[in-house]
Design a protein around this ligand. Structure first.
Ligand code: NDP
Ligand code: 2IT
Length: 453
């Protein structure tokens, strides 16, 4: 670690203690950027990185709500408006009991670089709540979403800050949030993305993150003159990103053998085909059940419970070629990374945000596998959110084919940016440096142009 990164990290940790995920995200970016700052002292003297790591604004609010039994609940709501140098704040909302300021700051920080890589005019933000939607009725979810939006509506707008989904926030939640925003503002605008198709949503938005992560993996494979055809793939999670990752892997001729949720994972040696995927989509999106039920229907598959005290995740300990972590942060530690590499995995495309610990990332880089970090590989979701904003502004929906073609082109361009930037700064094959530097330069130049604000 250079002295610059050491000093910066000491300052970040002193100013913002107890935010380990934020520290991790900043450290990874700072290490890549030390290559840039050596060659471009103008960014250092303008203190661009020091400015980027402080959110432009953090909003924290009380979310009191009454459930269907008349009981009162109090949750915490957040919106981190991280950076608006290249466009309105843009990024998802996460509803999960683990949500806290540090986790949302790491997500908002990553989002700044990711959104810049998409080449669309979007700044970075993130928000959410410690509310746990799991097992709650639609009525409870609606009441919470309305209470959450009763404060958030003051801070967002189609040209100011445009939230979307993330863990625990899908089409249902976006609908309730949008309804409440519209009522409070008395205006129908593209203030949220991931909307329903008949009220301003874009085709391919639900599919976009998963499809994009697979397009990114396919691009990485082309650098070795290979395709996904016949490749065995490990996928974690079983939510939005995981489901459409599986769908696209199948389209491109790959075989998926795992999926998970926070309680456990399934291993299906025969492969999860389209029919099995349809079962999972109905199980997860309609019945909102657990992945364990898969083995009740497909008896040759094996279910293994997972718990937080395990020193590694056995999902990553199967013979395969590719891995698509699509659940949550830090789901691959150093031991998992070694298991993956030792089992033959040489392509990792991150659908989740920061799913690999720093030690795990270093193993992938040392072993020179094709490792696509989340801020590049999972940028397809926010890219199609950006396309949804364009369609809303035009008041003109585009066809499925048009949106998918644009998504595929954006992912190709992000891949090219990563390759070009990693080459330019002397670390060929290192997509981490490529993504961090590529994302940084555009934001940094915009910040210099706009003065010290
Ligand atoms: P969903 O809520 O649809 O699904 C999340 C999945 O991950 C579920 O299977 C969930 O299991 C599992 N999971 C969540 N938290 C944990 C945890 N702490 N430990 C183990 N498993 C967990 O979310 P998404 O699919 O939208 O998001 C998945 C990842 O992709 C996240 O990292 C998100 O930030 C990232 N992402 C999402 C984008 C999007 O457009 N939605 C865009 C870019 C990145 P369970 O049901 O048991 O909680
Ligand atoms: O992490 C992410 O990029 C998202 N959750 C999607 C953000 C968005 O605005 O579509």
């Amino acid at each position: 670690m250079s002295d610059y990164v050491k000093d910066l990290m000491a300052e970040v940790k002193a100013k913002h203690p107890a935010q380990p995920e934020f520290h991790q995200a900043v450290q990874e970016v700072a290490e890549s950027l030390s290559l840039v700052l050596e060659r471009h002292p103008e960014y250092k003297s303008a203190r661009i990185l020091e400015r980027i790591i402080e959110p432009e604004r953090v909003i924290i609010f009380r979310v009191p709500w009454v459930d269907d039994q008349g009981e009162i609940h109090i949750n915490i709501g957040y919106r981190i408006e991280m950076n608006s140098a290249i466009g309105p704040y843009k990024g998802g909302l996460r509803f999960h009991p683990s949500v806290n300021l540090g986790i949302l700051k790491f997500l908002a920080f990553e989002q700044v670089f990711k959104n810049s890589l998409t080449s669309l005019p979007m700044g970075g933000g993130k928000g959410g709540s410690d509310f746990d939607p799991k097992g709650k009725s639609d009525l409870k979810i609606m009441r919470f979403c309305q209470a959450f939006m009763s404060e958030l509506f003051r801070h967002i707008g189609p040209n100011t800050d445009v939230p979307a989904g993330d863990i625990g926030v899908g089409g249902r939640e976006i609908g309730y949030l949008f309804g409440q925003y519209k009522k409070l503002r008395n205006e129908f605008t593209g203030v949220l993305t991931g909307k329903g198709l008949n009220w301003g949503g874009s085709l391919i938005r639900p599919e976009a993150t998963g499809y994009g992560a697979v397009y990114f993996a396919a691009e990485m494979l082309t650098t070795r003159n290979q395709t996904l055809e016949g490749k065995i793939c490990l996928v974690s999670g079983s939510g939005n990103v995981a489901q459409y990752t599986v769908e696209k892997i199948l389209d491109l001729g790959g075989k998926v053998v795992t999926l998970s949720d926070s309680n456990g994972y399934i291993y299906d040696e025969e492969g999860i085909n389209k029919e099995k995927l349809n079962f999972i989509m109905e199980l997860k999106n309609v019945r909102r059940g657990r992945i364990k039920e898969y083995v009740d229907k497909y008896k040759k598959a094996v279910y293994t419970p997972l718990d937080d005290n395990m020193d590694h995740n056995p999902l990553w300990d199967h013979k395969a070629h590719c891995a698509f972590p699509s659940a949550t942060q830090n789901e691959i530690n150093a031991k998992d990374a070694l298991n993956l590499v030792n089992n033959g995995v040489y392509v990792v495309s991150e659908g989740a945000n920061m799913p690999t610990t720093i030690d795990g990332v270093n193993i992938f880089l040392d072993k020179k596998i094709l490792y696509g970090p989340g801020k590049a590989a999972n940028a397809g979701g926010v890219s199609v959110s950006g396309l949804e904003m364009s369609q809303n502004s035009q008041r003109l929906p585009w066809t499925r084919e048009e949106v998918d073609a644009r998504l595929s082109l954006i992912m190709k361009n992000i891949h090219k940016t990563c390759v070009d930037m990693s080459n330019r700064f002397g670390t060929p094959g290192n997509y981490v440096n490529g993504a961090n530097i590529g994302g940084f330069l555009k934001v940094a130049d915009a910040m210099i142009d706009q003065g010290v604000v």
